[in-house]
Design a protein around this ligand. Structure first.
Ligand code: GLY
Ligand code: MN
Length: 464
């Protein structure tokens, strides 16, 4: 946990953004895996963590903005708890650690909320994403399931997004530590990426390093020689020379902050000429993005800049044709990069995505596009100092998509379909770093992880 003052200050700031009513923050519960007592690894709700810092189930936080009262609902520790889990802080000690003076038994929460509602008080809640919390809100406040998301408080969403988007120094330091763990994970993967190794042998080491140096991975490891499948969690292929291995993996700290890093390496340790040519284009996009990130620039414009670098590179190789700017405007480049350039990063890998991506990545100055590719951009709005975001351009050769577009004659003016035949088995490349927006530019976080062709080839020579 951060200091008590951190949580007191954050809650006080939130009340300047949501000026009336009751703010309700439920902690996450344990989730069952295959029978009730066998639970998934516990994950607290990130917004609850941000405002209360308590990383355990069985709590709910209330801020009565009108009365200036904060309440922590929870249960007293029982002897059963102590037998099962060892010594635990009392409810009042837990409340004290987050700077709250009033506690109530958890089973009084529903009555408390119902009474407030009956008095006409506005109860602000965030969009629930777990079924147990949905059921609780539905049963307590009588809101139909189909209305739960719509009736979530827009004022509260906007207040939380405004605060969580701008990271404090102590948060940045923690994120940066997780990037340093990612350094260990990715360099280990590079050294292991040799023919015959099964992907899962490497994925296991990558995940183990995250567990050994922090809490765990920040999302399920993506590691594959079929990197053209963007979120490939299947890890059972023996690596083959000639393939590219994409590893997209990050660590979660004890405080629950995340890193999210991707590297792509040639199985066996040496890029072929064809791989090198495509890799250098993706790398240029990644590097130029880091240079372009600064306050007051729309990330959408940086996304488009990255797409133009990719379209230009592919045009130089003869895979695309025509004017790259026009190709990007038409969306033709999305055959090769069918995803957005990046997203916010923090307590969540896709930070605050549960609050609604359009609140996090968009605002009234920039609307989400409906064009294939650009539509998937998670962060488009103007950048501010303190934002932490990912820079993750990619170039993929997805046979099914190529075949579909070719059969439709899509973007014939910009794509040389005949030249793509030689790339059907290429796979994909993604290169991802985590970046802090500073007062006048940007800083790539963490210990630099090998990224150039030479750096990767050198790292891959090292002993496992
Ligand atoms: N690294 C996983 C993602 O950004 O979706
Ligand atoms: Mn990412």
């Amino acid at each position: 946990m951060f200091s008590q003052e951190t949580y007191i200050r954050r809650r006080r700031t939130l009340t300047t953004k949501v000026c009336a009513g009751i703010l309700f923050f439920p902690a996450n519960n344990e989730m069952s895996f295959n029978y009730p007592a066998n639970t998934y690894s516990y994950r607290q709700d990130s917004t609850f963590l941000y405002y209360f810092g308590i990383d355990n189930p069985g709590y709910a936080g209330i801020m009565d903005v009108d009365a200036g009262v904060e309440i922590l609902f929870g249960n007293e520790v029982t002897m059963d708890d102590i037998i099962w889990s060892g010594a635990l802080p009392s409810l009042s000690e837990t409340a004290h650690s987050t700077g709250i003076h009033v506690t109530k038994p958890f089973d009084q929460l529903a009555e408390y909320l119902k009474k407030a509602q009956s008095l006409g008080r506005k109860i602000h809640y965030l969009p629930p994403y777990r079924d147990d919390i949905k059921i609780f809100i539905h049963e307590t406040l009588g809101i139909p399931f189909s209305e739960l998301k719509k009736q979530a408080s827009e004022d509260l969403i906007k207040g939380v997004v405004a605060m969580r988007s701008v990271k404090e120094i102590q948060e940045i330091e923690d994120i940066e530590r997780t990037v340093d763990v990612a350094y260990l994970m990715h360099t280990a993967a590079m050294r292991m990426a040799h023919e015959g190794k099964i992907e899962q042998e490497i994925a296991g080491v990558v995940e183990g390093l995250a567990i050994s140096h922090g809490r765990s991975v920040s999302f399920p490891v993506i590691l594959s020689q079929n990197g053209q499948i963007l979120h490939n969690h299947g890890h059972n292929n023996p690596l083959q020379n000639g393939r590219l291995m994409v590893t997209d993996a990050g660590a979660e700290s004890a405080m629950r902050y995340c890193s999210d890093i991707t590297r792509t390496v040639p199985v066996g340790g040496k890029f072929s000429q064809q791989q090198k040519e495509i890799y250098e284009i993706a790398l240029k996009a990644n590097v130029e993005v880091a240079k372009a990130v600064r306050p007051d620039v729309f990330y959408k414009d940086i996304h488009l800049m990255a797409c133009e670098i990719i379209a230009t590179g592919l045009t130089d190789l003869g895979l695309m044709k025509g004017n790259p700017k026009d190709a990007v405007a038409a969306g033709a480049h999305a055959l090769f990069m069918p995803h957005g350039l990046g997203h916010m990063l923090g307590l969540d890998v896709h930070d605050m995505e549960n609050l609604g991506e359009n609140y996090v990545g968009y605002d009234n100055t920039v609307q989400r596009s409906s064009q294939f590719g650009l539509a998937f951009l998670r962060l488009a709005r103007k950048l501010q100092p303190g934002f932490v975001l990912t820079d993750e351009p990619g170039i993929y050769f997805i046979p099914a998509l190529i075949d579909l577009w070719k059969s439709e004659g899509k973007h014939n003016d910009f794509i040389n379909y005949s030249k793509l035949e030689a790339y059907r088995d290429f796979g994909g490349i993604r290169i991802e770093d985590d970046i802090l927006v500073t007062e006048n530019g940007a800083r790539v976080l963490g210990k630099p992880i090998p990224k150039t062709v030479a750096e990767i080839e050198t790292e891959m020579q090292k002993a496992i």
